[in-house]
Write a protein that binds this ligand. Structure first.
Ligand code: HGY
Ligand code: MN
Ligand code: MN
Length: 416
């Protein structure tokens, strides 16, 4: 086990890796995909089943469980009447989800509580383990919706009214799965927030480093682009007379890729969704709806990327004589975590004899929102091949154990 010397202490609480792996296996039977991986889209039946299991496990450990009005699940352990240390992540997944994105941070939090129970260890500050609603944002944008509502960045009624990609609203689905809590989101103001998560990128693995002390989270812009052209016959319509929405969508996907490659650095650009109408082999597409995901850790550069995209869409509309309408689905500035929180992770890693390096997060996380409410930071562990949002997502058990030990000891340090 990595950092075994750290466990020379006999009285301190210790992570039980088999118990953590057992919970990951049990939980990942919910929404399991035939070829491996998971699909637990936010507010789906699979999400409900996961929520029910988590609530049961929290109660089995003696946590006081609260569900707030946006469905965030918070289990509180002991402590005096002072601000709690909050930690956790999300249990919803993307459609081609792996076994660890979000879930690992929540179950390592549960393991942290059970390790403290086993050691009979009380803490001065209450421990608040949270699973935020709809972190992924794939079904209902924006991402990190539960934590955004929790910190007051999105009104509850606005969140309830958001219509997802399958036509249902957040409010309808939250009611349908029975997770509209009575408590106001934000009812607990944490002393600090720590989120353990897989890196989902290649850096830690490529450098052989076990722990990432996350300095901050990228800025992000999600835009829905609706293109209206003219349906026409694929065989009889001369090429110069076409108003081809599919062709315009393809041009945008190429532009976004080249924009990100041209800017370099931390700039990312992704066209993840394209829907065509009527989507038939012999009809020039009348409509296309696509999404553009732009990210940069530098807000000025992200604004520049957005400006370049807007200019390109204007030119394309004129050139192809199509109408192009855009709608913002999410827009968050980059966030830097307080130095003292990042240093806390580095100090804990040193004490546990884990290699550690600072790095930014290219993925969005609930910590980006919680940073508005209290001092926040994240702990990363390596992703094999840097792969995530892919059913083959994997992290080695020794690294899962290291991350959980980091969470346990970081939380303990903050709770005393
Ligand atoms: O999109 C993201 O970065 C996160 O996985 N929701
Ligand atoms: Mn995640
Ligand atoms: Mn994710």
């Amino acid at each position: 086990m990595i950092g075994a010397s750290a466990y020379g202490m006999t009285t301190s609480p210790r992570i039980d890796l088999d118990r953590l792996l057992g919970r990951l296996d049990a939980f990942n039977r919910i929404g399991a995909l035939p070829g491996g991986g998971n699909c637990r889209l936010a507010l789906s039946d699979e999400d409900r089943a996961g929520r029910d299991l988590l609530v049961r496990w929290m109660r089995d450990l003696g946590l006081t469980v609260t569900v707030d009005a946006i469905g965030n699940i918070i289990g509180v352990r002991g402590g005096e009447d002072v601000a709690p240390v909050m930690f956790g992540s999300h249990i919803d997944s993307v459609g081609t989800g792996g076994r660890y994105d979000g879930l690992y941070g929540v179950l390592a939090g549960l393991e942290t509580c059970e390790a403290l129970n086993d050691a009979g260890r009380a803490t001065r500050r209450p421990l608040a383990l949270v699973a935020f609603t709809n972190e992924e944002g794939s079904r209902f944008p924006p991402y990190a919706m539960g934590s955004l509502v929790y910190v007051g960045g999105l009104a509850l009624e606005e969140a309830y009214a958001i219509r997802g990609i399958d036509g249902a609203t957040v409010g309808e689905e939250l009611r349908r799965i029975g997770y509209v809590g009575t408590v106001r989101p934000g009812f607990l103001t944490p002393h600090a927030y720590v989120e353990l998560h897989i890196e989902q990128g290649p850096i830690l693995e490529s450098e052989g480093v076990v722990i990432g002390a996350v300095e901050g989270i990228t800025g992000l812009s999600w835009t829905e682009v609706a293109i209206t052209g003219r349906a026409a016959h694929a065989g009889t319509t001369p090429m110069h007379l076409r108003r081809d929405a599919a062709w315009a969508a393809g041009e945008i996907a190429v532009f976004v890729r080249r924009l990100a490659q041209g800017m370099g650095g931390h700039q990312k650009g992704t066209v993840g969704r394209i829907e065509l109408y009527p989507n038939l082999v012999n009809v020039v597409a009348e409509r296309a709806v696509l999404t553009v995901d732009l990210r940069n850790t530098d807000e000025t550069l992200l604004q520049d990327a957005k400006r370049q995209l807007a200019g390109f869409l204007d030119r394309l509309a004129a050139q192809e004589q199509v109408a192009i309408a855009t709608r913002s689905l999410a827009r968050f500035a980059p966030v830097s975590f307080p130095t003292e929180m990042v240093s806390l992770i580095e100090t804990t890693a040193r004490e546990l004899a884990f290699s550690c390096r600072r790095l930014p997060s290219g993925a969005g996380h609930d910590a980006q929102m919680m940073a508005r409410l209290c001092p926040a930071t994240m702990i990363f562990v390596p992703s094999v091949g840097g792969l995530s949002h892919n059913v083959r997502e994997h992290t080695e058990p020794a690294h899962l154990e290291a991350g959980a030990a980091m969470l346990l000891h970081s939380v303990l340090r903050l709770a005393e």
